[in-house]
Design a protein around this ligand. Sequence first.
Ligand code: FES
Length: 339
Amino acid sequence: MTHHVYLGDSGQHFAARPDQTLLDAGLCAGVSLPYGCASGTCGACRCRIRSGRAVEDPPNRALSETERAAGYALLCQAHAASDIVLDWQAPAGTPAPRPAIWPCRLQERRWLSGDVLGVTLKLPRGDAAFAYLPGQYVDFLLDDGGRRSFSLAGVASDGTIELHVKVTPQGRFGRYIAEQLPDRAMLRFEGPLGAFYLHEAQRPTILVAGGTGFAPIKAIIEDAIHREDQRPMHVFWGARKREDLYLDALVRDWADRYANIDYTPVCESPPKEWNGARGRVDDAVAAQYSDLRDHALYVSGPPAMVAAVKARGLGAGLHPDHLHYDSFDDAHVTWPGTP
Ligand code: FES
């Protein structure tokens, strides 16, 4: 029997058969839904079920018991067992940008560290029409039909787009961008996608990045500075080595210039003269925040780090509605056909 799935009070809805996941049903109906791995591991499709009943395919490694108890489900694993209303939060004050296919041209590559490449892409018409919410990601569309997701580190008013690409021996797409893509090559992407952007209006906000998970957090903070958003924001950026904090000076500069921004760099193997925190980033957050009942927490980075910070945050009383994360490695590497 087919059920109806309603997106909050937006008026949007789609039909879902019991043999389809909510994600499949929504995408088939042309509805833009956040997702990454489509296999129950990254959590990008996490959404609260306001009313109705869904059953989920095991295994589901992304959601904690606390999130489950609060009514969250994974759209890529859940099947409708009745009509459903999803707790669909449009960003306050602005309509959610609709994803579309965009061409862009490679404009510049520059190394930000030994293995992180800063990539600048230009929309051909200098297109100011590309609207996104800072923190969102796009999917690059590859010639073989594969897709590769990247969070945007920034979009300038002249239509240039900034990415932070980790280049490793195993990372074929990163190496392709760094070593093989010709200057001024054309690419296509679909976006903007995802629900990782500032939601709460005024809660004190903790933003935790691991490695290149800093990219969407950079976009969020720069936009907040631009809008003169005065909420307290504390950035934690964790890495193994100091040089992995590839824009450390930029974040220190934010913290120096804006009274509402704090910064704690966290290094697992710091040099002797290090003046940040030492060890793991989840420990650093827990050391400074034992009670998160009044906070919002945004986490972006590798799955293990996101899981650790999530667990510490929920353990410190954070409500799941104020937890937002972008567990990007799973989303990025599990696309079929990724070169
Ligand atoms: Fe559903 Fe990754 S967990 S898309």
